[in-house]
Design a binder for this molecule. Structure first.
Ligand code: PEP
Ligand code: MN
Length: 337
């Protein structure tokens, strides 16, 4: 950590700031320049109270050198972590392909989707049983009945189940049926939920909040890791911008950025990231070209009658075609699908 003193700082101010640094358990190295004095604080700066030093007399700015997250950092683990959950593996050479409807609506809808995505080569089935909807009047999901249908779909197809958990008290129940607990964008900073998922032995797919920075997402992941659960995948699903032609703006630079900063595997959601079926195939291909470790794609047997997100869902036939295209892109970047 670097503490930059004001031009007007007195010797007393500098001595005081240096003492405060030492009080935090760090070593203070005072560097007096011609214009300004800076104090280099040596040691693990991620201790409580460092930013408060900015309130000390004569201090201009306190600058962090280390990333605020420890366990998620690539420094903690130089190779990409491989998260395994049943048939799904994300982070290795093979790209994880999670596909299925936005929400579980009926046995017929789910089983049709499950059989189709399996036949096309998906490695996991998605489907929300608990749907966190913007409007309380929208379809809220089939809840426990939906979980049971998901488990039945796994039974028949062998596909790992990825489904959202919206409340800390539901984590154990959802974990009984699911292989991967999805934390939705709306809940990325629900710290009680993150802690509950940290105590679970199920893998977690953590989606980025629509207005969350990547540091905030990494710190949210840190809660789960710190709770003892190392099976965390990060998911970019688009952020809110001034652009209104797409539902969200999907920043694919997230992939190489996160891969520099963290060992956690990165999944892209081109469905929520674009909000338009017609844009999804190109973003699937682009995500793989950018190095994504996995994709999560909404596929519905009858999108025009879907109870949620039909406008961004691929038909089963379109998904099969996307898989074939993605396989070619994956091969071009030395990955498999
Ligand atoms: C979903 O995956 O259906 C979903 C609700 O996604 P998000 O949390 O990214 O909006
Ligand atoms: Mn959805």
């Amino acid at each position: 950590m670097i503490i930059v003193m004001k031009r007007s700082a007195t010797d007393d101010n500098i001595d005081h700031a240096a003492q405060q640094v030492e009080k935090l358990g760090l070593k203070a190295n005072v560097l007096r320049g011609a214009e300004r004095t800076v104090i280099a604080a040596i040691g693990d700066e991620r201790v409580e109270g460092v930013r408060s030093l900015e309130s000390a007399p004569g201090v201009d700015e306190v600058m962090s050198v280390l990333a605020p997250y420890k366990l998620a950092s690539r420094e903690a683990h130089s190779t990409t972590s491989v998260v395994e959950a049943g048939s799904l593996s994300v982070g290795g050479n093979q790209i994880g392909m999670i596909a299925g409807p936005c929400g579980v609506e009926s046995e017929e809808q789910l089983m049709t989707a499950a059989r189709a995505v399996k036949a096309a080569g998906a490695t996991a089935l998605r489907g929300g049983a608990y749907k966190p909807r913007t409007s309380p009047y929208s379809f809220q999901g089939m809840k426990t009945e939906g979980l049971k249908l998901l488990a039945a779909a796994r039974e028949e197809t062998g596909l790992a189940i990825v489904t959202e958990v919206v409340a800390p008290e539901d984590v154990d129940l959802v974990g009984e049926y699911a292989d991967v607990l999805q934390i939705g964008a709306r809940n990325m900073q629900n710290y009680r939920l993150l802690e509950a998922c940290g105590r679970s032995h199920r893998a977690v797919l953590l989606k980025r909040g629509a207005s969350a920075t990547l540091d905030e997402m990494l710190l949210a992941a840190e809660y789960i890791l710190d709770g003892g659960n190392s099976k965390v995948m990060l998911c970019e699903r688009g952020v809110r911008t001034f652009e209104s032609h797409t539902r969200f703006t999907l920043p694919l630079a997230t992939v190489p950025y996160l891969q520099e900063k963290t060992h956690l595997p990165v999944v892209i959601d081109p469905s929520h990231g674009t909000g338009h079926t017609s844009l999804v195939p190109a973003m699937c291909r682009a995500a793989i070209a950018a190095g994504a470790d996995g994709l999560i794609v909404e596929v519905h047997p009858d999108p025009e009658n879907a109870k949620s997100d039909g406008y961004q869902s691929l038909t089963c036939e379109a998904f099969e075609k996307v898989m074939a295209e993605c396989r070619r892109v994956a091969a071009a970047v030395d990955r498999t699908l």
